[in-house]
Design a protein around this ligand. Structure first.
Ligand code: PLP
Length: 440
């Protein structure tokens, strides 16, 4: 069982659906700041921030120290006991949420955060089991969350305990509203939502769940204000709005601390789910939301590992660093510079259809040169060329598979942004030449 390379052993012992990047997958050894090293000693600039998990920096001393100190004292208690780090982190997140009279519950992943939000919404809505979700969305890996993932490549079953009604309205470059001006796009999406509700029983609909900027779907979103408009329709029916901020939270989008804030003055979502970056790689997920919904469960519940002291210590140190160093402003400033550099290069690259996004959440949509056709192989090719040059980037999944995802740690410096832009542009040029030469 243990013979062969680590890759062969991985393939032999893990299920085949566990996605791996690169023809020769990477084994990382350590990281520091915005860089990681593989076990062969190669250094990479990490433009994917782990998988949007390294929010501040790799091996941030403040987080390492907090984790080590907490681990030396007590690794685990549970939600059955009082825990100071858990209450303190909950208080900080409650204050930052913008939600009135909020409550916070910690989980260990984004999937479980969304599952919990659905459970709460369903309980609040008297057991309703229909959910509105966006096409092209991704919300997790569990039985219920794959069922509301509107991206068949990441949603392997139709047997979800929830019934999902898919709404249009996130993809601006493709789909029914592509090319429409913002106001018309929003009006069409709202009409679609209203129409959908007119053809179902709204009392059976627990929630609408949506990513303010779709992550796996290729860093794409509807116009600003879209969810504010949706919210009015939902509020009329009492349907819960869940904003899945697993990728968009904590200032990543630069202009706003949360992704929902791009959606106008209508106020915060009813429930907001988070994960990925808050623990800087430690497994923290959670839900923050309005007390009446958060309190809707009328049975006892616990989480054995949610709110575990070591992860909470990491979250507190990480969030403290983020706020103290105003990394949201850094994301806005350095993100704008990076985007500008990529946009300038894109004008002369036949395979780049669009550079989009905000802050340090930038998507580069690729098409087969000379066509308007996306092709997942292109993104895979660019990833290989970038890796050879010492740069790690991500790519989308399913219909978003032709999109490069750029989401470095939020402490990225201007010099690193420029260096990374040069490396990425070089990788795009080599991929384009290789593609035309038949290298695919
Ligand atoms: N929601 C969004 C928007 C995500 O991008 C992801 C993961 O990529 C999840 C939920 C699931 O999070 P996890 O992988 O931590 O379960």
């Amino acid at each position: 069982m243990s013979a062969g390379s680590l890759y062969e052993r991985h393939r032999a012992v893990l299920p085949g659906w566990v996605a791996l990047y690169y023809e020769r997958p990477l084994e990382l050894s350590h990281g520091e700041g915005r860089h990681v090293w593989d076990v062969e000693g190669n250094r990479y600039l990490d433009f994917f921030g782990g998988i949007l998990t390294t929010m501040t920096a790799h091996a941030l001393p403040e987080v390492t120290k907090a984790v080590a100190e907490q681990a030396a004292r007590l690794v685990h208690s549970s939600t059955l006991y009082l825990s100071r780090p858990m209450v303190e982190l909950a208080e900080r997140i409650a204050d930052l949420s913008g939600i009135e009279d909020p409550r916070v519950f910690f989980t260990t992943s984004g999937t479980e955060a969304n599952d919990t939000a659905l459970l709460l919404a369903s309980a609040y809505r008297g057991g309703a089991n229909q959910v509105l979700a966006m096409r092209n969305s991704y919300h997790g890996r569990s039985f219920s969350t794959v069922g509301l993932t509107g991206n068949a490549g990441w949603s392997p079953t139709t047997l979800s305990p929830l019934q999902t009604l898919y709404v249009h309205g996130s993809v601006r470059t493709r789909g029914p509203y592509a090319g429409l001006p913002d106001a018309e796009f929003t009006a069409a999406a709202v009409a679609d939502l209203e129409d959908m509700l007119a053809h179902t029983r709204p009392a059976g609909v627990a929630a609408l769940i949506a990513e303010p900027v779709q992550g796996v779907g290729g860093f794409t979103s509807g116009p600003d204000g879209l969810f504010a408009a949706f919210r009015e329709v939902l509020a009329r029916e009492g349907i819960v709005w869940i904003s899945d901020e697993v990728q968009t939270g904590w200032g990543r989008t630069g202009d706003h601390f949360w992704g929902w804030q791009a959606h106008g003055a209508a106020g915060p979502p009813d429930l907001l789910t988070f994960a990925k970056g808050i623990g800087n790689g430690m497994s923290i997920g959670g839900v923050v939301g309005r007390a009446e919904i958060m309190n809707a469960l009328d049975a006892n519940s616990i989480s054995t590992f949610g709110g575990s002291p070591v992860t909470m210590a990491a979250g507190l140190a990480n969030l403290g660093y983020l706020l103290e160093h105003d990394l949201q402003s850094n994301a806005r400033r350095v993100g704008a510079l990076l985007r500008e550099r990529l946009e300038a290069a894109a004008r002369r690259l036949a395979m780049v259809r669009e550079v989009r996004g905000r802050g340090l959440m930038i998507g580069v949509e690729l098409v087969r040169p000379g066509t308007d056709e996306p092709d997942a192989r292109l993104a895979a090719l660019v990833l290989e060329r970038a890796r050879e040059a010492g740069l790690l980037i991500g790519k989308g999944g399913g219909p978003g598979a032709g999109v490069l995802r750029i989401a470095p740690p939020l402490s990225l410096t201007e010099a690193e942004a420029e260096e990374g832009a040069d490396l990425l542009v070089g990788a795009l040029e080599r991929a384009e030449t290789g593609w035309e030469g038949g290298d695919r």
